[in-house]
Design a protein around this ligand. Structure first.
Ligand code: GDP
Length: 320
């Protein structure tokens, strides 16, 4: 009876020492009755486990510290961004509002200073930034494009560059562009030759009256006071009969000092007879006389009219 008191209870249940060790090692946490100090091996395992626990706790604390630091950095960054935006708004939007991180216009001017160049000399095109106000002076001649949303402004710009790179984004969603977008053309020596300017569409379906008014304000400022602006191409969808908004735009643009050129777009979608019918109807509704500039028939798909549009642009640049 006395001997029974010294029998290992696990062994008494038929569990061998090896099995017992494996049970202890695989246990997530040693059980209390195994760490009574009498069994050295168990004490060692328990102490290792405690050390491991300590190391894990330390790791957790370091990780938590790092996460907190990261979160506070992020919070600071977003607070800074908010501050910058609100200060720009307070200044009445003073300062350009580039949508790109790197705005090429803050780099030193690389104007070639030339007033004549051939379209074939265009070797590169890059996005020059989106602005609403305080557009930096560049001394590079600008050709601007205006017209209803979806009339084909971006496509015309891409077609004019003659390059594979489609720098202006064409869209199936009209009325989204509410800024003045700049696309700078350069020659093989990376000298800037001209800037093609995508002006906000009008007749917006997707923006509110207030936004529309603010677009009109910065558009008027650009058209009335921009030394670099040489020509405004007014784009009209050749598929449509004369639209009141197009006629109103034509009248208001003509009150600004800039030279204008009317361009009928998407002519590849028209039969010659329908094109001529719509063009005639537009000319009549707009009160164009024989002395007025000719309409240019243009297709960004076939490139028809590209030469004529470049010619009008070159003449306007050379005249200034
Ligand atoms: P934006 O809103 O005035 O800049 O117009 P986009 O250039 O984005 O063109 C609007 C849509 O008309 C796009 O789906 C273009 O692919 C299409 N488009 C533009 N120009 C032409 C053209 O000359 N011919 C044809 N067939 N489609 C065109």
């Amino acid at each position: 009876r006395t001997m029974i008191g010294f029998v290992n209870p696990l062994a008494a249940c038929g569990i061998t020492d090896a099995r017992r060790r494996s049970m202890i090692c695989s246990a997530k946490k040693p059980r209390g009755f195994l760490t009574d100090g009498k069994d050295e091996e168990l004490e060692r395992i328990a102490s290792e486990w405690r050390k491991k626990q300590k190391r894990q706790e330390e790791k957790k604390t370091i990780k938590k510290g790092k996460e907190e630091k990261l979160a506070s950095q992020q919070a600071n960054r977003s607070a800074d961004k908010k501050k910058r935006n609100s200060s720009a708004m307070r200044n009445g939007g003073s300062g350009a509002v580039p949508t790109s991180r790197k705005n090429p216009y803050v780099e030193p001017a690389k104007s070639s200073g030339r007033t004549t160049f051939k379209p074939e000399e265009v070797a590169g095109v890059r996005f020059g930034g989106s602005f609403t106000i305080d557009i930096p002076r560049t001394r590079v001649p600008e050709i601007a494009f205006i017209g209803r949303s979806n009339v084909g402004k971006s496509s015309t710009i891409n077609c004019l560059t003659g390059l594979k790179k489609k720098v202006a984004k064409t869209s199936k969603q009209p009325g989204r562009t509410q800024q003045i977008n700049f696309f700078i053309l350069s020659d093989a020596e990376e000298q800037d030759l001209a800037t093609l300017v995508d002006l906000p569409g009008y007749g917006f379906a997707k923006i509110g009256m207030e936004d529309q008014r603010s677009v009109e304000v910065f558009l008027e400022r650009y058209l009335s006071d921009r030394e670099e602006l040489k020509l405004v191409a007014i784009l009209i969808d050749s598929r449509r009969e004369p639209q009141a908004t197009d006629l109103a735009l034509l009248n208001s643009i003509r009150q600004f000092p800039c030279k204008t050129q009317i361009v009928m777009t998407k002519i590849d979608l028209m039969t010659p007879s329908n094109l001529s019918k719509n063009a005639q109807a537009f000319a009549e509704a707009a009160g164009l006389t024989d002395d007025d500039e000719d309409l240019i028939f243009f297709s960004a798909v076939t490139g028809q009219g590209r030469g004529l549009l470049w010619q009008a642009a070159q003449e306007a640049i050379a005249m200034s």
